[in-house]
Design a protein around this ligand. Structure first.
Ligand code: FES
Ligand SMILES: [Fe+2]
Length: 382
C-alpha cells in the first residue's frame, strides 16, 4: 500500500467529530482513480437514469462508466436491460451516447454486425460460410434494478443486494407520494474540471449555499435552515426549510400545507446520485469520474407533469445554480496540488460528507464503519 493510499484510508474512516477532509492528492492521483474505478464503479450499484425516461419501446440511454460503454434499452419484449454498447466484432460503440431510439435493430456503424434489442447477434454481413458463432458474440449483460422509479446498474458478475438498504428510506418519503411522478426529463450533461469526489462533496453539503449560491439557493433554502435527517455509509438524507411558502401548494391544500411539504429533502445515494425532493418535483444530478481530474455531471428529474413549458421550472433553476457549483468545484480542484496542507476539519453541518467518506472507507478499504444515525429532524417526515 502506498503512503497516499494509507493516508486516504486513515482520513476516510474517521467518525464525525474526528473527521477531516481527504488528503488533497487523492483528488488528483491516477492510482487512486484506478482503485476507485475498480472497487466502486466496477463493483457497486450506480444510478443510471429514471425508468420514466425509457417509457417507449426501443428507447435507450447510452453512457460510459469505468471505461465501459453501456446501453440500457427498453426492448420489444417490454423488459429494460443493461448491456455492453461495444460491438462484439472489434469493439466499436454501437449507439450514440445519451438518450435515443433504436431503429428495428442495433446496427454497428463499422461493419454492420446487427443485434436484436436484447443483445443477440442477428446478422453478420459477408459471413457466407457462417463461421461466426452467434451465441459467443451476444452482447454481455449487466445487473439492473429499480428503486422509486430510478434505475441502478452493477457491472460486477456477483452484484451485492441493493434494495434491502434503499427500502429503508421509503418511510421518510411517504408525504411526497413519489408514485405521482412519472414524467421524467433529462437535464444537462457536462464535463467538469474536477475530481468526482469534489463534485459529490459539494453536491451533498448545504454549508456552501450561503456563499456560493447567495442569490439562488440561499434565498429560499438557506444554509442555516438545513439539517441532517438520517444516514450511514449506505445512503443519507438531509433536509431544509423552504422559506417561501408557495402559493400553488397552499391552494392545493386549502392553506393547510402538511408540515413536511414546507421542507425539501436531499437524498444521497453513493457513489454519485444526489436528488432534491419537494412535493412538486424530484431533480437530481449524477456524478461519475472521467479520469482523476474530471467528472461527468448528468442532470435529470421527474414530476407529475414534466418540466415547465415556459422554461421557468425547476430544470432552468437547476441549470443556473449548477454553473455556480461547477465554477467553485473547478476552483477547488486548482488548489488540490498543494503539498503543504492536510485536509481541514469537517463541521457538524458537513456530516453528510463524513457519510460519503465512510462509504469510501467501506468499499475501498473494507474498513469498519460507523453505525446508522437518525436525528430529531426525522420526526418531521416519518
Ligand atoms: S466493429 Fe462492429 S461490425 Fe465490426
Ligand atoms: Fe451547490
Amino acid at each position: 500500500m502506498t503512503g497516499l493510499i494509507k493516508l486516504y484510508e486513515d482520513a476516510a474512516k474517521q467518525p464525525m467529530g474526528k473527521a477531516y477532509s481527504l488528503p488533497f492528492s487523492v483528488y488528483k492521483d491516477a492510482h487512486v482513480a484506478e482503485l476507485e474505478t475498480d472497487r466502486i464503479f466496477h463493483q457497486q450499484w450506480v444510478f443510471v437514469c429514471a425508468t420514466g425516461a425509457l417509457k417507449e419501446v426501443g428507447s435507450y440511454f447510452a453512457f460510459t462508466q469505468a471505461g465501459e460503454s453501456i446501453v440500457v434499452v427498453h426492448g420489444k419484449d417490454g423488459h429494460i436491460r443493461a448491456m455492453s454498447n461495444n460491438c462484439s466484432h472489434r469493439g466499436t460503440p454501437l449507439l450514440a451516447a445519451g438518450f435515443g431510439h433504436i431503429g428495428k435493430n442495433i446496427v454497428c456503424p463499422y461493419h454492420a454486425w446487427t443485434y436484436v434489442d436484447n443483445g443477440e447477434l442477428k446478422g453478420v454481413p459477408f459471413d457466407t460460410a457462417k463461421c461466426v458463432d452467434k451465441q459467443r458474440h451476444e452482447l454481455p449483460k449487466y445487473a439492473l434494478q429499480e428503486w422509486m422509479g430510478l434505475l441502478f446498474i452493477n457491472l460486477s458478475d456477483t452484484p451485492c443486494e441493493l434494495l434491502e438498504s434503499l427500502n429503508q428510506i421509503n418511510p421518510y418519503l411517504q408525504h411526497y407520494k413519489l408514485g405521482r411522478f412519472t414524467e421524467a426529463y433529462a437535464g444537462v450533461t457536462e464535463r467538469w474540471g474536477c475530481n468526482w469526489k469534489l463534485a459529490v462533496e459539494n453536491g451533498i453539503e448545504s454549508y456552501h449555499l450561503f456563499m456560493v449560491h447567495r442569490d439562488t439557493l440561499e434565498v429560499n433554502t438557506p444554509s442555516k435552515k438545513s439539517y441532517y435527517i438520517a444516514g450511514d455509509a449506505n445512503w443519507s438524507l438531509t433536509g431544509g426549510e423552504i422559506i417561501e411558502k408557495r402559493s400553488t401548494l397552499s391552494k392545493l391544500f386549502n392553506g393547510n400545507t402538511p408540515e413536511p411539504l414546507n421542507h425539501y429533502m436531499l437524498i444521497y445515494l453513493p457513489p454519485g446520485f444526489i436528488g432534491v425532493l419537494t412535493y412538486e418535483s424530484f431533480d437530481w444530478i449524477a456524478i461519475t469520474p472521467d479520469g482523476p481530474e474530471h467528472c461527468i455531471v448528468h442532470g435529470g428529474g421527474m414530476s407529475e407533469h414534466g418540466p415547465a413549458k415556459d422554461g421557468k421550472g425547476t430544470e432552468a433553476f437547476v441549470t443556473a445554480f449548477l454553473q455556480e457549483d461547477k465554477d467553485i468545484c473547478e476552483l477547488v480542484q486548482s488548489g488540490m496540488g498543494s503539498r503543504h496542507h492536510q485536509g481541514g476539519s469537517l463541521l457538524e453541518i458537513e456530516r453528510i460528507v463524513v457519510d460519503f467518506h465512510q462509504y469510501l472507507a467501506k468499499h475501498l478499504f473494507n474498513a469498519p464503519v460507523c453505525s446508522f444515525r437518525e436525528t430529531d429532524a426525522a420526526s418531521i417526515f416519518k
